[in-house]
Design a protein around this ligand. Structure first.
Ligand code: KG4
Ligand code: ZN
Length: 356
C-alpha cells in the first residue's frame, strides 16, 4: 500500500487539519465528465478536478455511452491522484469516499463505483453512495456556506427537470417533474436541429444573445394534472415543425432568432413554475441546480423575478452547476454525518430515484 501514489500524493500533514474535520474524497462518473474532488466539512472545496470528454463525443452529436465508460476507466486514477495532490492531502487524511451511484449511464457509473469500492476496500475508508441530483442541489451549500434547508430548488439538467422542496439535508419532496424531455435534453435536441451541434445548451445560450426572443411564437406547455410539472417535447416538436415549414417554403432560417425564441419559451415556464411553487409552499428561499442552471438568461430572469417577489435567490457559479465531483462531496458529507455507509455490494443504479 505504501507504494500506491494515492497514499504518497500531496503530503498535507494530518496535524494541519483540525481533528474534527471531515474530508470527503468524491468521485463522479455518471455521464461524460470524469471528476474527483476533496471537500472539507461539506462546504469547502480543497480541489475540484474535471476531465471533460466533450471533444470526444462532439463528432457523434451526443454522448456515446461505450466511449464514455472506456474514457472513464482510462482517466479515473489520474483524476483522483490530481484531486488529492491539489488538495495537498493523501488518502490517510480522507474521512470517507463519496461516489455517485445513480442515476446516469450504467457503464459510466460502474467505473466510479468500482473505483470507490476498490479504494475503500484497500484503505478501510468508509464508502458513501450519493444520488447525482442530491449532488447538484448540494452545489448550493458550497457556494453559499450560510444556506440551510428548507428551501425550494429547481433542478434542470440533461436528464432531469424537477421542482424540489429541500426539507432537510438529503431529504427531498419532488413537487414537479418533467412528463417527457428534460429541459437540457430539449436544448440539446433543438441545438442539433438548427445545426449548432453538441453540447447544445451552451451554444443556444451564446447564440440567443444575438437573436430576438419574440421572433417566433413557440408554445408554453402546461400540464393539467399538476401545475408544477413540465413538458418540453411539444416545444421541441414546434421548433422542428417551424424549421420544416421554413425549408418547404424556401425561407431562410435565422438561427439566432429560433434559438432565442426557443430559449425564452423554456425559461418562461421554468421561471413561472418555480416562482409559483416558492410562493405557494410558503418559502422565501429559492435555489437552482443542474447544467441548465448555468444558462445566463435563465439566471437573469430568475434574479429579476426573485428580487421583485422578495425571494432570496441562490445560484451556484456555472462551473458548479454542470457535472463535477465537489457537489458529490458536499452531498456525501451530509450523508456521512447521518451515518449512511455503503458496503462493497454497492451497485450502479441507472434510474435511481431521488429519496431512495
Ligand atoms: O447537469 P449536467 O451537467 O449533466 C446532467 O446531469 O445531465 O447537465 C447537462 C445539460 C445538457 O443538456 C446541457 O446542454 C445543459 O445541461 N446545459 C445548458 C447550459 N449549459 C449546459 N443548457 C442551457 N444553457 C446552458 N448554458
Ligand atoms: Zn448532472
Amino acid at each position: 500500500m505504501d507504494d500506491c501514489p494515492l497514499w504518497r500524493a500531496g503530503g498535507m500533514k494530518v496535524e494541519q487539519q483540525n481533528k474534527g474535520d471531515v474530508l470527503i474524497l468524491a468521485v463522479e462518473t455518471s455521464c461524460d465528465e470524469t471528476a474527483a474532488s476533496v471537500v472539507k466539512n461539506g462546504r469547502e472545496v480543497l480541489s475540484n478536478v474535471i476531465y471533460t470528454q466533450i471533444a470526444l463525443h462532439t463528432r457523434y452529436g451526443g454522448v456515446v455511452p461505450e466511449i464514455a465508460s472506456r474514457k472513464h476507466i482510462e482517466k479515473i486514477n489520474q483524476v483522483i491522484e490530481e484531486a488529492l495532490g491539489q488538495a495537498a492531502v493523501t488518502l490517510q487524511d480522507i474521512t470517507a469516499i463519496a461516489v455517485t451511484y445513480g442515476p446516469g449511464l450504467v457503464g459510466a457509473l460502474l467505473v466510479g463505483v468500482a473505483e470507490a469500492k476498490a479504494i475503500s476496500f484497500a484503505s478501510g475508508i468508509p464508502l458513501v453512495g450519493v444520488h447525482h441530483i442530491s449532488g447538484h442541489i448540494s452545489a448550493n451549500y458550497i457556494e453559499y456556506p450560510e444556506l440551510e434547508p428548507p428551501f425550494v430548488c429547481l433542478v434542470a439538467s440533461g436528464g432531469h427537470s424537477h421542482l424540489v422542496v429541500v426539507k432537510d439535508y438529503g431529504v427531498y419532496e419532488i413537487i414537479g417533474r418533467t412528463r417527457d424531455d428534460a429541459a437540457g435534453e430539449a436544448f440539446d435536441k433543438v441545438a442539433r436541429a438548427i445545426g449548432l451541434g453538441y453540447p447544445g445548451g451552451p451554444k443556444i445560450d451564446r447564440l440567443s444573445r444575438e437573436g430576438n426572443p419574440e421572433a417566433v411564437s413557440f408554445p408554453r406547455a402546461r400540464v393539467a394534472e399538476n401545475q408544477y410539472d413540465f413538458s418540453f417535447s411539444g416545444l421541441k416538436s414546434a421548433v422542428l415543425n417551424y424549421l420544416n415549414s421554413c425549408r418547404m417554403k424556401g425561407e431562410e432560417i435565422n438561427q439566432a432568432d429560433v434559438a432565442a425564441s426557443f430559449q425564452k419559451a423554456v425559461i418562461d415556464v421554468l421561471v413561472e413554475h418555480s416562482l409559483h411553487a416558492v410562493k405557494e409552499f410558503g418559502y422565501d428561499r429559492f435555489a437552482i441546480a443542474g447544467g441548465v442552471a448555468s444558462n445566463s438568461s435563465l439566471r437573469a430572469a430568475l434574479e429579476e423575478q426573485c428580487a421583485a417577489a422578495g425571494i432570496r435567490f441562490y445560484h451556484p457559479s456555472p462551473a458548479l452547476c454542470t457535472d463535477n465531483a465537489a457537489m458529490i462531496g458536499a452531498a456525501g458529507y451530509y450523508e456521512f454525518k447521518k451515518g449512511v455507509r455503503h458496503g462493497y455490494d454497492l451497485n450502479a443504479v441507472p434510474n435511481l430515484r431521488l429519496g431512495e
